[in-house]
Design a protein around this ligand. Structure first.
Ligand code: PRX
Length: 580
């Protein structure tokens, strides 16, 4: 395939130019569910795969600007699918493969995708996941879908190891293998859409955030290089699913644009045991930068130091944390035990909306100070601002406020797909002149930033973002008249969820709702605790006072704050009495 590096097409920047220089360099290491079965894919192989897939999509009728939904676990074919879309100018919309058929259908319809790419089955924590069945159910509810491309993995057959990527390919890949390995990259405008990625907001409907071509890639590559001090021969291990923004930016686009070797983790942190999953991998694969969520760190901390110390971690140079606040205990353990005080810990703050890391320590900067559990300082080009409730800028230090950004930056999302009004209302109108992140932040006397949590009705469970209204909307059960969902502190998951419901017994309802919500949305969305009550605390205008419920579950019923707008105190009293 001739290398065409005119224009801004992504795959050229992420593949072709590296194939020019080092075709046999490993681009991807697929760390499969069973430890020790990793598969390595070189830049040349990934380019070939991407081109064949691009040609297959074109032959199937996918055109520039069309949306393609990808419902796959982390694997080389998923990465090639993203890159193939980019190569032909189509817009990918990856949906986390843990989402239910209903959630998938919502996202397919919203993106108006005519094409879905999936695999028949996945493996996670030793369990087979029937992805194709979920897609079949979803597609029944999506009349606009014209084609579903299914890659058939024969899981059992490959237990015990497979040497090359090609051995794994069959079914639609066989079709694909007939295609040419050359697929001319589409020349795109820098502001053309690259992908849509869904995330939760404070209303019931997930938002399809749109990222565009040039700015996103620039920001992904720069932040990957400078925050993680990524060097040419490094092996970068980001334990995120490609269904989330962390997977997009720091498993796929950032590392590949920098010509790096990136690891795709398919498994869970505790499979087959709490050592072999995460800590054995840096040793086996010689990982240099390890990037994960505090939830996994807290979980593994509970299993003790032995699991970590069993494995040589001398390859590690830097540790990263993302997605939620990292508490002091977890930070110290990560730094002292996992990184043997040798590896700086970067607590990176950012969002689906920001495209890449916005506030983070940058240890490559000589003399840079890092304080535990703090995101520290803005990245190049990011100008954070603290605002109070009235929209005044807080200029002094030692102050808390709403985290806003006062200037556009290359990686920022440009809109919500098909709903620019909502984009403006969510991010630009709340604090006119600023991008409103929805997070609270504290600025220390030294000018360092420490995130303090969401200011809206979004909760963060194991680093996954979830809108309270989203869960309330799907909690339709014969015994539930109305519900309020709130986050409550959880030792491992950061926040768990609690629901208050009207009219049913707690035990049976709790189990039924857990099943219902897992099925309708995703397992991680199932409530930890259900409390049944006869009425919910509401304002006189009928709004549920979730902040009051939050105080009760935090055992701070004596700090309920201003209750002047509360309609009936009896509702609060009932919940306090019933709360265990
Ligand atoms: O509340 C912040 C929290 O995660 C939210 C963004 O979630 P999402 O779009 O799913 O992206 C997650 C991966 C970037 C933010 O609004 N968050 C993210 N990083 C941190 C954080 N909270 C505290 N500290 C962080 N380092």
């Amino acid at each position: 395939c001739s290398v065409n590096d005119t224009g801004f097409s992504f795959p050229v920047n992420c593949l072709d130019r590296h194939v020019h220089v080092a075709p046999d360099k490993v681009a991807l290491i697929w760390e499969k569910d069973e430890p020790g079965e990793e598969v390595r894919v070189t830049y040349r192989e990934l380019l070939e795969l991407t081109c064949r897939l691009g040609n297959t999509l074109k032959r199937q009728g996918v055109k520039q600007g069309d949306r393609v939904t990808i419902y796959m676990p982390p694997c080389p074919l998923a990465v090639a699918s993203m890159l193939a879309c980019a190569r032909i100018g189509a817009v990918h919309a990856v949906v986390f493969a843990g989402f239910s058929a209903e959630s998938l259908a919502d996202r397919i319809r919203d993106a108006q995708s005519e094409t879905v790419i999936t695999v028949n089955q996945g493996l996670r924590g030793g369990k087979v996941i029937e992805l194709k069945k979920t897609v079949d159910q979803a597609v029944k509810q999506c009349p606009g879908v014209k084609r579903v491309l299914v890659h058939k993995q024969v899981l059992a057959q490959h237990k015990g190891g497979c040497e090359t990527l090609r051995e794994l390919l069959c079914s639609f890949l066989q079709e694909m293998m007939k295609e040419d390995t050359c697929c001319e990259p589409a020349v795109m405008d820098s502001e053309d859409m690259l992908f849509i990625l869904y995330t939760s907001g404070s209303t019931g409907k997930p938002k399809g955030l749109v990222h565009t071509q040039a700015g996103y890639l620039l920001f992904a590559a720069l932040t990957h290089k400078y925050v993680f001090d990524y060097q040419d021969r490094d092996i970068f291990g980001c334990v995120a699913d490609i269904g989330w923004i962390t997977g997009h930016t720091y498993v796929v686009y950032g590392p590949l644009c920098n010509g790096g070797t990136t690891v795709l983790f398919e498994s869970t942190p505790v499979y087959p045991n709490p050592g072999n999953s995460l800590w054995a991998v840096p040793k086996r694969l010689r990982i240099n930068q390890f990037y994960g969520a505090p939830t996994a760190i807290r979980l593994l901390l509970r299993y003790g130091n032995e699991w970590v110390k069993k494995y040589d971690r001398s390859s590690l140079k830097l540790l990263g944390s993302v997605g939620e606040p990292i508490n002091r205990e977890a930070w110290e353990w990560y730094f002292r035990v996992v990184g043997e005080t040798r590896c700086p810990v970067v607590d990176t703050w950012w969002q689906t909306e920001t495209g890449g890391i916005c506030i983070s320590p940058r240890p490559s900067n000589p003399g840079a100070e890092i304080l535990p559990g703090m995101a520290m300082r803005p990245f190049f080009g990011i100008s954070p601002c603290l605002l109070d409730d009235k929209g005044n800028i807080l200029l002094k230090n030692n102050v808390s406020g709403a985290l806003c950004i006062s200037q556009a930056w290359p990686g920022m999302a440009r809109t919500i797909y098909n709903d620019h009004k909502r984009f403006l209302e969510t991010y630009l109108i709340p604090r006119p002149g600023f991008f409103f992140t929805g997070d609270g932040v504290y600025r220390t006397s030294e000018g360092y930033y420490q995130l303090t949590g969401r200011l809206d009705d979004v909760i963060n469970i194991s680093g996954h973002r979830l809108g309270t209204a989203e869960v309330e909307n799907i909690s339709h059960h014969v015994a539930v008249a109305e519900s309020a969902v709130i986050g409550c502190p959880h030792e491992i998951k950061g926040e768990g969820k609690m629901l208050s419901f009207l009219g049913y017994t707690e035990e049976t309802l709790s189990a039924e709702l857990q099943e219902l919500i897992s099925k309708k949305m995703a397992k991680y969305a199932a409530p930890d605790y259900v409390q049944v009550t006869h009425q919910l605390p509401k304002t006189r205008s009928g709004k549920i006072m979730r902040r009051v419920l939050r105080k009760i579950v935090e055992n701070k019923a004596n700090e309920l704050g201003d209750l002047t707008t509360l309609d009936d105190y009896e509702a609060v009293q009932q919940i306090i009495t019933g709360h265990k």
